[in-house]
Design a protein around this ligand. Structure first.
Ligand SMILES: NCc1[nH]cc(CCC(=O)O)c1CC(=O)O
Length: 330
């Protein structure tokens, strides 16, 4: 009997990418008995020193992995779902969306402070300086500070987890905001000083979820990878990403979205979808939500989640969402 060659899983070299790729590799081996080998790929998003919003945001981490898939250099790739452009190329298939981890953003502030404690010290002359390269985070953090009557300044930064946390440790910034999911995956969740409630800051569509992608023509592989798929996560991120697409926004737009499917045993029953879009300074936000009854059949769920996302986008557009998104961080 012929032993199958190991599957080649393309991954970025960052600690975060290696952690999530390694985890998916182990899961594939556990489910299919097949060995998986990691192949390191450098993406433009890893080498560029420019601000993410400036280089276009959408897809910079993704395109080198996709090129390697299409060239046949690798069999599959693992992406952070929030980094994936919403329009899926026909030659590539998202074969699985594994169970999502905590979708919230996390604050890492000096002296163990929460957002409210930290920002209370801000003045007009010396606002509290919070680092994030994300227009979505800037917009909602600024809006949050406004409701508290506190003075903050959002400072555009980028770099890997280590670099970002380093700005706080060095005293250059008072705090940084990162995805809890990424911090969990690289084992640094213990440095978080506040897990930010989604009522204050809605995460990026798809945050905390992964996408396992392969070429569409490799149907047998796609079928095997489907064993990693989590229907709860799939229905949630479908609604969130449809909202993002229907707003015609990319991953660097100030759009937050979160769907929370309620489970009744094995079945998803109700799902609430919340969305927000705002100006970078947080002076104007369009924030809406909708709730619906999730159909029982897996086949109907995708179409249903797509409809929910579109409906919420239409409602947000009717409230002026498009006008707020034209603005850019730079
Ligand atoms: N934009 C970069 C990026 N892509 C995915 C994550 C975190 C992990 C995830 O959301 O799945 C991060 C870092 C961050 O936003 O702090």
């Amino acid at each position: 009997m012929r032993t199958e060659r190991p599957l080649k899983l393309g991954t970025r070299r960052s600690a975060l990418a290696m952690a999530q790729s390694g985890q998916v590799a182990r899961e594939i081996t556990r489910l299919t008995g097949r060995d998986v080998e990691l192949v390191e790929i450098t993406t433009y998003g890893d080498v560029s020193r420019e601000q993410l919003a400036q280089i276009g945001g959408t897809g910079v981490f993704v395109s080198a992995l996709r090129d390697a898939l299409l060239a046949g250099d690798i069999d599959l790739a693992v992406h952070s779902l929030k980094d994936l452009p919403t329009d899926q190329p026909a030659e590539l298939t998202i074969a699985a969306v594994p169970p999502r981890v905590d979708p919230r953003d996390a604050l890492i502030a000096r002296n163990g402070l929460t957002f409210e404690q930290l920002t209370a010290a801000g003045t007009d002359a010396a606002p509290v300086r919070i680092g994030t390269g994300s227009p979505r985070r800037m917009s909602q953090l600024n809006a949050w500070a406004r409701t508290l009557g506190h003075r903050i300044e959002t400072v555009p930064i980028r770099g890997n987890v280590d670099t970002r946390i380093g700005f706080v440790r060095s005293g250059e910034l008072d705090a940084v905001v990162l995805a809890a999911a990424g911090l969990t995956r690289v084992g640094r969740l213990d440095e978080v000083t506040e897990l930010i409630d989604s009522d204050a800051v809605l995460p990026a569509p798809g945050q905390g979820a992964l996408a396992v992608e392969c070429v569409t023509s490799d149907a047998p592989l796609a079928t095997r990878l489907a064993g990693l798929d989590d229907p709860f996560t799939r229905v949630a991120v479908t609604a969130e990403r449809t909202l993002l697409a229907a707003l015609e926004a990319g991953c660097s737009a100030p759009v937050g979205a979160l769907a929370d499917p309620q489970a009744d045993g094995e079945a998803v029953t109700e799902m609430r979808l919340r969305g927000v879009v705002g100006t970078i300074d947080g002076s104007t936000l369009v924030q809406l939500s909708t709730t619906g009854h999730v159909p029982a059949s897996a086949v109907e769920q995708t179409a249903w989640a797509t409809r929910l996302g579109r409906e919420l986008a239409d409602a947000m557009l009717a409230k002026g969402a498009a006008g707020l998104m034209g603005e850019r961080a730079h």
